[in-house]
Each structure stands twice: as structure tokens, then as C-alpha cells.
Ligand binder design. Structure first.
Ligand SMILES: NC(=O)c1ccc[n+]([C@@H]2O[C@H](COP(=O)([O-])OP(=O)(O)OC[C@H]3O[C@@H](n4cnc5c(N)ncnc54)[C@H](OP(=O)(O)O)[C@@H]3O)[C@@H](O)[C@H]2O)c1
Length: 241
């Protein structure tokens, strides 16, 4: 069974991705600081694959190499990595503290870079692997009050394109998914008026669902996507077209 490490898999998109990849027959290592009722239910549910929880705080950059080592020791080589964990901080740049800005860049940008530095070593040995980075449509459209978050998501797109060039020769694909707005804990501070406004921008008059993001990641993990790399797959119910 192939191992896929998913960061931020206790809720929201990450949990939906874990459930979908387990249904597709992968062994999922679901990483987050804390497990959740939803993740425990997914671990207990019958599926073609498996889900295992691994507790880690990705803001602790010094600990990342050790977590990857422990996961490989417990489960074997990692075939897929989904860099999904991230946080958001709303507010004008001038109103955010330096500590808030650094914390967001550390979790959303530096930690996925480090996870990708350590996890794909086994992909290189196997000459096969998949990396999927969670970006956002905000990386290209912008959104008022989300300049730091937007910078971190744009960084994931730049990272995706260059890393795909570095590791293509050893059989590893690297892609990004750019979701539109979905109702998760990350976006829970938006009020109903703002949600309705976002839904109206969609040509489908709908919000994206976590299952839509999971389906996009599942495709990029599949054999059908073996020669798709360095690209960004937008999943936004036509918010940006
Ligand atoms: N929701 C949207 O509308 C939207 C749109 C575009 C892009 N995205 C992107 O999609 C991804 C998932 O977003 P989401 O909406 O599903 O977020 P979410 O519901 O807030 O979930 C975030 C996940 O990350 C984990 N996490 C947070 N801090 C962590 C840390 N320090 N160490 C390890 N894990 C940590 C959380 O678990 P713990 O708290 O237990 O650690 C949780 O599992 C993010 O990259 C986000 O930028 C979301």
C-alpha cells in the first residue's frame, strides 16, 4: 500500500483529502497538532486503504525532520505528500504584529518547504512520487485584508513550478491546487453577508466543497496524472474565470 502524508488532515480540506485517498487505497498518515472527532471517525470507518494520525506542530521547524524520520520508520517510504496545513490572519499589513507575520510565513511557507525537503527523499530512492501543495485563488486574485496570507499562498505556486523542474527527472510530480472559498474553520470568521457575496461571484452560485478539493488531489495522486507536473489546478466553482 502506498503511503501519503497529509499535513492539516484533522478537519476541513485535509480531512476530506484523507478520506478520499484512503477510499482510493492509499495508507494515509494524517498530520495535525490534535486529532478530531471527524478524523477518529474516518480512522474507524472501513475503507480500501488506511488512515493513521501523527501528532506534530509544524510551527516547530526544528522538529520537522524528526517527524518525517518517525513516520518513515513506522510506515515505510512516503509516496505522496500533501502540503495542506496553513493558517490565516485577517487584517491590514500595518495592523498585524511582526510576530503574527513571522508565524504565518513560518507555518504556511517555511514548514511545507521543510516537509518537502525531508519527505521526498524516499520518493527519489523509489524514483516515483507526488507532491501536492495547497495554494489559493487569492495567490493570483488578491483579497483585501489577506496580504500576508496571500503572499504565503503565492509562494506555494512559485515553489511548485521550480521544484517540478528539479525533481521531474527522478519521476516525482509537483503540482498545486488553488481552491476558491469554502466553509471551513479557516474561513469561519467571515459573516453570512460576506459568504453570500463570495457565492454570488461564482458563475455556479455555489461555494466549493472540501470533497471537490479532495477529488482534485486524488486525481493528481492517480496514475492518470503521471505526466502532469508544475501546474496549478484551480477548483473554485468559476469564481475567477
Ligand atoms: N477554506 C478555504 O476557503 C480555502 C481556500 C483556499 C485555500 N485554502 C487552503 O486549504 C488548506 C486547508 O485549509 P482549511 O480551510 O481546510 O483549514 P482548516 O479547516 O483551518 O484546517 C487546517 C488544518 O491544519 C492543521 N494545522 C494548523 N496549524 C497547524 C500546525 N501548527 N501544525 C500542524 N498542523 C496544523 C489543523 O489542525 P490542528 O489545529 O489540530 O493542528 C487542521 O487540520 C490551507 O492551505 C488553506 O490555505 C483554504
Amino acid at each position: 500500500m502506498r503511503n501519503v502524508l497529509i499535513s492539516g488532515a484533522s478537519r476541513g480540506f485535509g480531512l476530506a483529502i484523507a478520506q478520499r485517498l484512503a477510499a482510493d487505497g492509499f495508507r494515509v498518515i494524517a498530520l495535525a497538532r490534535h486529532s478530531s472527532a471527524g478524523l477518529q471517525a474516518a480512522i474507524g470507518a472501513s475503507s480500501a486503504g488506511e488512515i493513521h494520525f501523527h501528532a506534530a506542530d509544524l510551527s516547530d521547524l526544528e522538529g520537522i525532520a524528526g517527524h518525517v524520520r518517525a513516520i518513515k520508520a513506522a510506515f515505510g517510504p512516503i509516496y505522496g505528500l500533501v502540503n495542506n496545513a496553513a493558517a490565516s490572519a485577517e487584517g491590514l499589513l500595518t495592523s498585524l504584529s511582526q510576530a503574527q507575520i513571522e508565524a504565518l510565513v513560518r507555518l504556511n511557507t517555511v514548514s511545507p518547504l521543510l516537509l518537502t525537503k525531508y519527505a521526498p527523499r524516499s520518493m527519489m530512492q523509489q524514483k516515483a512520487g507526488r507532491v501536492v501543495n495547497m495554494a489559493s485563488i487569492i495567490a493570483s486574485t488578491g483579497f483585501a485584508g489577506l496580504s500576508v496570507y496571500g503572499a504565503t499562498k503565492a509562494a506555494m505556486v512559485g515553489f511548485t513550478r521550480s521544484l517540478a523542474r528539479d525533481v521531474g527527472k527522478v519521476g516525482i510530480t509537483v503540482n498545486a491546487v488553488a481552491p476558491g472559498f469554502a466553509e471551513t474553520e479557516l474561513t469561519s470568521s467571515m459573516d453570512s453577508g460576506q459568504r453570500a457575496q463570495v457565492a454570488r461571484r461564482s458563475a455556479m452560485a455555489q461555494l466549493v466543497q472540501p470533497q471537490d478539493i479532495a477529488a482534485a488531489v486524488a486525481f493528481l495522486m492517480s496514475e492518470d496524472a503521471a505526466r502532469i507536473t508544475g501546474t496549478v489546478l484551480t477548483v473554485d466553482a468559476v469564481a475567477t474565470a
